[in-house]
Design a protein around this ligand. Structure first.
Ligand code: HDD
Length: 760
């Protein structure tokens, strides 16, 4: 089989291993088309037709697919073999001396299998261990060449393949998705000028200002070392001990205690590059930039009670959501926005743009949309792609550069360094998911797991034996660093210290808190109360409240009250004595209510409760209407399977109240039909589902007699202030009632219903 068509894109002797299955291609000279792996109707092409020139990829082509295709394995129709390609006759029994005799050391098949298994696990990421990822593309809206020569921003419509990974920070690899935590938002751009990793979070600021403190922060938030508790939670003494001694964390704590820390899904959270970076144009001129990802489907969060319950019923809630959205074609999408400002402008700001605990308010520098990212393909294999992907802040390309943010400086070192342990050596860039689509040529050689087979005898430069190749690209094509001046900074020499404005810790914490709506502020208060009530050392609680007094007396007083702390501790002494007046004291852009997205209900999960005696037609009608609106409606009954409907219209429940509890859904529909009401009322899960929906401020629709279930569940007829609750809808099955329901689901929540403690 050695002389297969030279056109085959793989080692012809290994056809089966590389996905050309069924043994069809085992005839010499025969060329067999690989079967398409993509679902019918997919707009993606499997062929990697990118010429790597940077031209616009045709619609539907993802240039990253080709390189990955080379290593895809499809065993359909293939014999089982060892890793050396030796066919295995018996995969059930080890080799023994007689059936009851001892196993033999010579059983290389058993030993290879067990040895490989013994080494299946690699070290999990020290932070962001728990994550989920997807493939997609970034599409540029218009050339940004005035500011940057970076490849993704060169032409309108240009598409750059991406791989994006979302994660929690503190929890281990198997921990729940809905912990209160920061979410990682890391994007690898496979540009035609090399890989660019934008390794951000769903919050635009960070806990600390200097990488020197990162190991301390992580040790404080991780499970406590003596008993390894709690998992995936910041609600414990060591975390609050540390942050209360680090007042620079106050701003980040506001974000962490807000609903931002419990996103509804990865598709509905913002992302931020956090640091100030630089954009550099062809002329070598640079500006500062902050990166923002804004989700098309809006920025939406869970509420705490909901997050806690979900973590029990579906610890994979976010992973599943991302997977299912992509499988069902509701592709997660974000707009990339940039805030661009010059060094001169930055010098006038009341805060230091090198300080990662500060935002640049959107009211000060507007966010300019420059492109969009669409995630449209799930990975084939979690380990090979999601686990082995290595994001590194050091991975930048011509046109992007760093700022002097001291947190970023440490990161530039840390990520490459950690991959060497995690992925077993310096060749992690050759793992397919990490390999650039741009060509790689250098004189780096050898190391663990080297894949490339460099030809020739030259591995040095300068050389004459290889004609001087690979040759230096020169400043016109190659990466050059911005000649960043340290203008207006006095010559200080080597120093371990911070710029003066880094010592102002509270203005932006106040800005965040004051810019929230009343329900959002209430959630922040409740989160502080919850977290600090888990802290066992009273002095730590006191210290946090004394710190909060500097940000907001209102917040501090409410938290203290929630903790039965009286009198209030003195405010923590300020680190910065001079008064710097902030430019912006209210930023509506910081409230989730400012980010409804496209106003659609695409991707929302809606439970349509059904039971024997339900009016099947009305349940089916609402199912059809919700599906048409892009939502994910599911029939949920006391038991899965066929429902004996009153009108004999076929309804099949694909979920039960037991396996998909109500809080997993964004909204609920109660069925028409007196029989169904009786059946559902006999199952306590029904009332749990209805009360959770109400408590979590979700939209609820009762069809016809379904309204009786509201009453039986004790759902209040009005809002606490006596007004009508727009999120509780009674329907006669008319299109207008359905439209009203869809409109209210799109609003996500109805917080006017909320009381603390909850009434229902
Ligand atoms: Fe980090 C992983 C984001 C500060 C050191 N970080 C990691 C990931 C994200 C972030 C999204 C997961 C990437 C993936 O999906 O594989 N980290 C941030 C942000 C920070 C930040 C937005 C502040 C602005 N990180 C930070 C500092 C250091 C690190 C200051 C060290 C000095 N981060 C790491 C790491 C990780 C990591 C230890 C763990 C696994 C990995 O890198 O690949 O190197």
């Amino acid at each position: 089989t050695g002389d297969l068509s030279a056109a085959m894109p793989f080692n012809a002797n290994k056809a089966g291993e590389y996905g050309f299955a069924n043994g069809q291609n085992s005839q010499p000279g025969e060329t067999v088309e690989a079967p398409s792996r993509l679902p019918a109707g997919s707009t993606l092409s499997e062929a990697n037709v990118s010429s790597k020139t940077g031209s616009v990829a045709p619609e539907g082509v993802n240039a990253a697919i080709g390189p990955l295709d080379r290593v895809r394995v499809d065993s359909a129709g293939q014999r089982l073999t060892t890793n050396q390609g030796v066919a295995v006759a018996d995969n059930q029994n080890s080799l023994k001396y007689g059936v009851r005799g001892p196993a033999l050391l010579e059983d290389f098949i058993l030993r290879e299998k067990i040895t490989h298994f013994d080494h299946e696990r690699i070290p999990e990421r020290i932070v962001h261990a728990r994550g989920s990822a997807a493939h997609g593309y970034f599409e540029c809206f218009e050339p940004l060449t005035q500011f940057t020569k970076a490849a993704p921003f060169k032409e309108a419509g240009k598409r750059t393949p991406v791989f994006a990974r979302f994660s929690t920070v503190a929890g281990e690899r198997g921990s729940k998705d809905t912990a209160r935590d920061v979410r990682g938002f890391a994007v690898k751009f496979y540009t035609d000028e090399g890989n660019w990793d934008l390794v951000g979070n769903n919050m635009p600021v960070f806990f600390i200002q200097d990488a020197m403190k990162f190991p301390d922060l992580v040790h404080a938030v991780k499970p406590e070392p003596h008993h390894q508790m709690p998992q995936a939670a910041s609600a414990h003494d060591t975390f609050w001990d540390f942050v209360s001694l680090m007042p620079e964390s106050t701003h980040m704590l506001m974000w962490l205690m807000s609903d931002r820390a419990i996103p509804r899904s990865y598709a509905t959270m913002q992302g931020f590059g956090v640091h100030s970076f630089r954009l550099v144009n062809d002329a070598g001129q640079s500006v500062f930039v902050k990166f923002h990802w804004n989700p098309k489907f809006g920025t939406h969060s869970l509420c705490w009670d909901e997050a806690v319950k979900i973590s029990g019923a579906d610890p994979d809630y976010h992973r599943r959501d991302l997977w299912e959205r992509i499988e069902s074609g509701v592709y997660p999408e974000w707009e990339l926005g940039v805030q661009i400002f010059t060094e001169e402008e930055a010098e006038q700001f009341s805060f230091d743009i090198l300080d990662a605990t500060k935002i640049v308010p959107e009211e000060l520098v507007p966010v300019r949309p420059v492109g969009r990212m669409v995630l449209d393909r799930n990975p084939d294999n979690f380990f090979a792609e999601t686990e082995q992907v290595a994001f590194c802040t050091a991975h930048i390309i011509p046109g992007i550069d760093f700022s002097n943010d001291p947190l970023l400086a440490g990161r530039i070192h840390s990520y490459v360094d950690t991959q060497i342990t995690r992925l077993g050596g310096p060749n992690f860039h050759e793992i397919p998911i990490n390999a650039p689509i741009a060509q790689v040529h250098n004189n780096q050689r050898d190391g663990m797991h080297r894949q490339a087979i460099p030809r020739g005898r030259v591995a040095y430069e300068p050389n004459s034996l290889a004609g001087g190749c690979p040759f230096q690209a020169g400043a016109a094509q190659g990466f050059t660093s911005v000649a960043a001046s340290l203008r207006s900074r006095a010559e200080q020499g080597k120093i371990r210290a911070k710029p003066e404005l880094f010592a102002e810790h509270y203005h932006q914490a106040r800005l965040f808190f004051d810019s929230q709506t009343a329900p959002e502020r209430a959630h922040i208060v409740a989160a502080f109360r919850f977290e600090l009530s888990k802290v066992t050392v009273p002095a730590i609680r006191q210290r946090v409240v004394s710190m909060l007094r500097n940000a907001s007396e209102d917040l501090a007083a409410q938290v203290a009250e929630g903790l039965n702390m009286s009198p209030l501790p003195d405010a923590m002494p300020l680190a910065l004595e001079i008064d710097v007046a902030p430019e912006v004291i209210r930023s509506p852009a910081l409230s989730l209510t400012a980010r409804p997205g496209d106003g659609s209900i695409k991707g929302r999960k809606i439970a349509i409760l059904v039971a024997d005696g339900a009016k099947g037609q009305s349940a089916t009608d609402i199912h059809t209407a919700l599906f048409a609106a892009g939502a994910v409606p599911r029939f949920v009954a006391p038991r899965i399977g066929a429902v004996a409907t009153e009108d004999r219209v076929a309804v099949e429940a694909d979920a039960s109240l037991e396996n998909e509890p109500g809080f997993l859904f964004d909204a609920i529909v109660l069925p028409d039909g007196a029989g169904a009401v009786v059946s559902l009322a006999a199952d306590g899960h029904t009332f749990e589902a209805i009360r959770d929906q109400y408590r979590h401020c979700k939209t609820m629709l009762a069809l016809g007699t379904g309204v009786d279930l509201f009453e039986l569940a004790g759902i209040p007829a009005t809002l606490p202030d006596g007004g009508d609750d727009p999120g509780v809808i009674l329907s006669d099955g008319s299109p207008s009632a359905t439209a009203a329901f869809i409109e209210q689901v799109a609003r996500h929540r109805h917080p006017a219903r909320e009381t603390d403690p909850p009434a229902v």
